[in-house]
Design a protein. Structure first.
Length: 244
């Protein structure tokens, strides 16, 4: 006769061991995630205190599936526009208030802090309401943010004028157009354009630029449209819309 107690013990081991292993692994994962989030929070606080201020626009947003105290941790692709260097894109993850989730949508303007020595380190410092009307920021932006935004627009305009004046002409196909949430001199939108540029006598290339588009011409700058541009032959990342 088989030993009943031995069979029961074996059955319990067979059942409990996998449960214990799963529990241990789950606890380890939770501890790792909590420590990582705590580290990120500390780094964000340091960045808020020491980082440089810039304007940014949300290009894409997604749910990471993580919540802290019922507040979601979301992922975002941002276009950051510092006052004294070219714009750049970066992906970040940040815990946001559950009641403010609807404000973190593509096209929303933000005020951010970034590490000038490592532009992958960016943290959101404020949501900017409103846009540019008649050259002045409307909404909740601070005077410093307003001044910086105007400086950014002026800097970008100067760069575009220089490229148009000295660059080579080419046609370009609009791959994507992303509103920045800014309008200039009324209802003329300031947008970010992803372009496939087709120069004469050299291979096509993909580039990104920013431009103010006349409100009545917005339909001419939708994906698939072919537009006139100028580019810097020494640096094809520098492209300007010739007629915007």
């Amino acid at each position: 006769m088989p030993d009943v107690n031995a069979l029961i013990g074996q059955a319990l081991l067979t059942t409990l061991v996998p449960i214990l292993l799963i529990t241990i692994v789950s606890i380890v994962i939770i501890i790792f995630v909590v420590r990582r989030l705590s580290g990120n929070t500390g780094a964000n606080r340091a960045l808020m205190a020491t980082g440089e201020t810039a304007q940014a626009t949300i290009l894409n947003m997604w749910d990471t599936g993580v919540s802290i105290n019922d507040n979601p941790r979301i992922g975002m692709l941002l276009e950051v526009r510092p006052a004294n260097r070219p714009a750049f894109q970066v992906e970040i993850k940040q815990v946001v208030s559950r009641v403010q989730t609807a404000q973190y949508q593509p096209g929303q303007m933000l005020e951010v802090k970034y590490d000038p020595n490592d532009t992958k380190k960016v943290v959101i410092s404020a949501i900017i309401a409103g846009g540019m009307g008649g050259g002045m920021m409307q909404g909740a932006a601070s005077p410093a943010a307003t001044a910086q935004l105007q400086a950014t627009l002026q800097q970008q305009d100067a760069i575009n004028q220089q490229i148009v004046a000295t660059g080579e002409a080419a046609s370009a196909t609009v791959l994507a157009v992303t509103p920045t949430g800014i309008t200039v001199n009324g209802s003329n939108p300031y947008v970010s354009l992803n372009l496939q540029v087709t120069p004469t006598g050299r291979p096509p290339f993909v580039a990104q630029t920013q431009a103010v588009i006349a409100a009545q011409s917005v339909q001419r700058y939708q994906p698939g449209a072919v537009i006139a541009v100028r580019f810097d032959p020494q640096n094809t990342a520098r492209v300007a819309v010739e007629h915007s």
